[in-house]
Ligand binder design. Structure first.
Ligand code: F6P
Length: 343
């Protein structure tokens, strides 16, 4: 078979490990020929691809980013986009396409699969907000990076008796904030799913600081929302998929904390550091398991399906189910575990 692979949406550590796994299994087990489309759906629309073989994939397992490049191009916002995508696969003699992506890239894959494209999905996003799978590639590494940053912020906060607000990614879901906040011993964690009351946050800080010297870390997801009628935040721009370009809520939170409590506050926005660099060992293994399972799925003709982690097992779910609704934070984890340590 001639198999194509692409990586779309925001990059994350572990994409190269997944590409390498697709290539290895396809070539060694199935004697397939593999090509990679460049920059996600842009490469499919424009017929821009490169050959992929075992030699080309040497050394990429621990490397962050993606050797194929990525973009947020959406064929459904381009005139004749879906037809052009179909025509490219036909022209390139591609029998199957493996799309490695999050809700946007796989949302497109789902619609194209419904129109007859032979597509299999692989879930990735540091946000971990894709349904149908317990975990996505990149999440574990992002949490690791954020937790390590919080450890470092603790020592400088202690030296200066400061509050430090650490803003992490997570536009619609607070998975990174909650995991990193638990791992890093945060005094409060602010997430999109639970609108926060800045007065309650200040109360947690006053309580903690009533015992003498103080140093607190408040972790906020970039998409955290203030409860209605509390504080206001500026409206962000939108990308091609209509998502807000976020970043900056941490500044507002830090300023409000300092104004209301008098505690000296600083802010650190981790931003794209969470998406860069080498994947954790867990993400390398997950990406390798997903990539090899995707090659199997191609040979079983599992079009329109996504490989997924359920407990310790790799299974498959319809891509349509994975992209139907976002997987928001487990409320039980937030209320019964994270919140117990606030203040
Ligand atoms: O891929 C998800 C994500 O990392 C979000 O957490 C973040 O809001 C967004 O991507 C940032 O996207 P960009 O790379 O376009 O700035």
């Amino acid at each position: 078979m001639r198999v194509a692979v692409l990586t779309g949406g925001g990059d994350c550590p572990g994409l190269n490990a997944a590409i390498r796994a697709v290539v290895r299994k396809s070539v060694v087990r199935f004697e397939d020929e593999v090509i990679g489309y460049l920059d996600g759906w842009r490469g499919v629309l424009e017929g821009d691809s490169m050959p992929l073989d075992i030699e080309r994939c040497r050394g990429i397992l621990p490397r962050g980013g993606t050797i194929l490049g990525t973009s947020r191009t959406n064929p459904y916002t381009i005139d004749g986009g879906p037809e052009r995508a179909m025509a490219t696969l036909e022209r390139d003699g591609v029998d199957a396409l493996i799309a490695i992506g999050g809700e946007d890239t796989l949302g497109v894959a789902d619609r194209l699969a419904a129109s007859g494209m032979p597509v299999v999905g692989v879930p990735k996003t540091i946000d971990n907000d894709l349904s149908g799978t317990d975990l996505t590639i990149g999440f574990d590494t992002a949490v690791q990076i954020a937790a390590e940053a919080i450890d470092r912020l603790h020592t400088t906060a202690e030296s200066h008796d400061r509050v430090i607000v650490c803003e992490v990614m997570g536009r619609h879901a607070g998975w990174i904030a909650t995991y990193a906040g638990i791992a890093g011993g945060a005094t409060a964690i602010l997430v999109p799913e639970e609108p926060f009351d800045i007065d309650a946050v200040c109360e947690y800080l006053r309580h903690r600081h009533s015992f003498g010297r103080y140093a607190s870390i408040v972790v906020t997801a970039e998409g955290a929302l203030p409860a209605e009628g509390t504080i206001t935040v500026a409206s962000p721009e939108l990308d091609q998929f209509g998502h807000p370009r976020l970043g900056g809520i941490g500044n507002t939170v830090a300023a409000e904390i300092e104004r209301r409590t008098g505690f000296e506050s600083r802010v650190t926005i981790l931003g794209h550091i969470q998406r860069g660099g080498t994947p954790s060992a867990f993400d390398r293994v997950l990406a390798t398991r997903f990539g090899t399972a995707a090659a199997d799925a191609v040979h079983e003709g599992a079009w329109g399906e996504m490989v997924a982690l359920h407990g310790a097992r790799i299974e498959r779910v319809p891509i349509a189910d994975a992209v139907a609704t976002l997987k928001t934070l487990d409320a039980e984890l937030f209320r019964s575990v994270a919140e117990v340590f606030f203040g």
